[in-house]
Design a protein. Structure first.
Ligand code: SF4
Length: 574
């Protein structure tokens, strides 16, 4: 992938250049960090003309590596004010790679009220007037675009939330069936896309590509061995294909880290009713699919197609974190209601996690009681209707909590936690506190670690640091993080390194590979420092230090000094 496509929305011009030396060795999240650091002033208004929306496939997008079609999206976050990268599955990354595109950068800002649909083809970029698509949410929008432009297009789009600038707005990507079910959900990047006046980005008429390798035979041999290692791992080879990420509901409940009633408890007596096992039972009766792929080339198949009571498609990409935060965290026992909330969020284009936590604080404030499923649906629908309360919820958990004068707001740097209570899983708490992205489990979730005791603080800073580096690597390769669990086995990691050598040539080792992750994290941290963030921002909300989590009889007890070590790498100038 050799080209960078820049699209200026102010004057509707494009520049399609060879990618320079300074960017060529980066991809996905690492490329986003480099572009933002060099090209965007850290103190810029996230929704102003100076910010850029950057969309990048990973370094392995033009290979046959398993699960290598993740698409990374980044910019300065409207939600957190920090640097932000969020990634998703879907079909767009491979289409970009087939057009030799290393990245797509949206720049500038049109006049207020000017909206565009961008159509990227091998011949260039078309700017279609988008007025007639305004007001549509993602499912209807993608249906109409596919009818007009063909079923084989790939779409990145925003719903009403992105149009209205909700700080919780996502960018949705179409899956292999053309459904906008895959979300780059975190950090309000949908609002950033809306600030550029872009309703949808479409890739059309993209030819099939044959990928180039420095040593094709070596790549294929290493790739095959790596794929076997992915499928030999119990989580990626058995748990995920059988039950999707919902396999974690019963596991985290057993572990006592399933956030319940706005992070008040770590166990919930009704967890089983929302579990992966329960979903599998329902979907076997309703003709759903527990083993769906969100992108071509996935060998794990953790996505699901969730059908409603009548056997009709309701949602897919129905993840553990969504279920945990709408389920136990809001006390909602009806899995069909949780699936409807997931669909509503994908359709409107908002982050399910931040919305689940926002509803939790609304319940804590007494707007509706915990467990009120219909009340939760009503509040979520207010986001779509755009009522005053709906807009406040659409601005995220922190905004909703502050507006309602709730003291227990489960956020870091303005972004909600995921469905892992950090008091019982302290390594993930370290990640929430110190990740440059705000509370983000995908930056380094420690739930699979077998070596440490989750509720003890010893070793958790090192564990979080190692995982944050590894996740930054996978986010830069464009590989789904679920294909990375096997890297705990040095032999599998060695195969991944062989794949890098066979793709790019030259000499690769663990240090070079992990160096990519370290450099990415340091660049992200530098951006945040320039934006005004300090170590005082790298901590959990106070109630996590004050309130004992009964399932573990402990609080979060890592000191600020201990947390400050998490992204220290002992490098000169670091
Ligand atoms: S493992 Fe799941 S999330 Fe990852 S690429 Fe496959 S279907 Fe998508």
């Amino acid at each position: 992938m050799n080209k960078l496509l820049r699209i200026n929305l102010q004057d509707q011009t494009t520049v399609h250049n060879e990618v320079g030396e300074d960017y060529a060795r980066f991809g996905g999240r690492s490329l986003i960090a480099q572009i933002l650091q060099r090209e965007v002033t850290a103190t810029a208004d996230p929704l102003g003309p100076e910010n850029k929306l950057i969309i990048c496939p990973g370094l392995f997008a033009d290979t046959a590596a398993p699960c290598s079609g993740r698409i990374s999206v980044g910019g300065k976050s409207p939600l957190t004010g920090t640097i932000k990268e969020a990634n998703a599955g879907g079909t767009l990354a491979k289409k970009m790679a087939a057009l030799d595109l290393h990245g797509l950068v949206l720049e500038g800002q049109p006049q207020a009220g000017a909206w565009t649909v961008l159509v990227v083809t091998p011949a260039g970029v078309e700017f279609l007037p988008a007025q007639r698509y305004l007001g549509l949410n993602n499912y209807q929008l993608c249906d109409e675009l596919r009818q007009e432009l063909g079923a084989d297009i790939s779409i990145a789009s925003i719903g009403l939330a992105g149009e209205r600038g909700y700080h919780n707005a996502s960018i949705q990507f179409t899956d292999p069936e053309g459904r906008p079910s895959r979300a780059a959900a975190r950090g309000g990047l949908g609002a950033l896309m809306g600030s550029k006046g872009v309703k949808a980005i479409i890739f059309k008429d993209v030819p099939r590509a044959s990928w180039g390798y420095a040593d094709r035979a070596k790549f294929m041999a290493a790739n095959q061995a790596y794929g076997k290692a992915v499928m030999a791992h119990p989580f990626s080879g058995q748990g995920l294909p059988a039950l999707g990420t919902a396999v974690l509901v019963n596991i985290t409940n057993e572990m006592g880290i399933l956030p319940t009633h706005n992070f008040s408890q770590g166990r919930w007596e009704h967890a089983e009713e929302t579990s992966g096992e329960r979903i599998a039972e329902l979907q076997s009766q309703r003709g759903g699919n527990m083993s769906h792929i969100c992108q071509q080339g996935c060998i794990i198949r953790c996505s699901q197609v969730y059908n409603d009571k009548d056997g009709n498609y309701l949602t897919s990409g129905f993840e553990y974190e969504t279920i945990g935060l709408f389920g136990a965290n809001c006390g909602i026992r009806d899995i069909d209601v949780i699936a409807r909330l997931d669909r509503l969020c994908d359709d409107l284009g908002v982050d399910t996690m931040d919305t689940g936590c926002a509803l939790g604080v609304c319940m804590e404030a007494g707007l509706i009681p915990f467990g009120d499923a219909e009340g939760a649906l009503r509040l979520a629908e207010e986001m779509t209707e755009g009522t005053e309360l709906g807009r406040i919820i659409g601005y995220g958990t922190e905004a909703a909590g502050r507006h309602l004068n709730v003291k227990r707001i489960p956020t870091v740097k303005g972004q909600s936690m995921a469905a892992y209570d950090p008091r019982g899983l302290k390594g993930t708490g370290v990640t929430y506190a110190t990740s440059p992205m705000g509370a983000d489990h995908t930056a380094g979730c420690t739930v699979g670690d077998q070596n440490l005791v989750g509720n003890r603080k010893e070793g958790q800073v090192d564990l979080s640091r190692n995982l944050q580096v590894l996740m930054a690597v996978f986010d830069s390769l464009g590989m789904c993080i679920f294909s990375g669990f096997c890297c705990e086995d040095p032999e599998a990691l060695g195969k991944l390194i062989e794949m890098l050598e066979a793709k790019f040539g030259g000499s690769w080792d663990v240090n070079r590979l992990m160096g990519l992750g370290v450099q990415t994290l340091l660049t992200e941290k530098q951006f945040n420092t320039a934006a005004g963030f300090t170590s005082k921002d790298d901590r959990l909300p106070q109630f996590m230090y004050d309130e004992v989590l009964a399932s573990h009889d402990t609080v979060f007890d890592l000191s600020d000094e201990e947390l400050a070590q998490a992204l220290e790498f002992g490098l000169p100038g670091a």
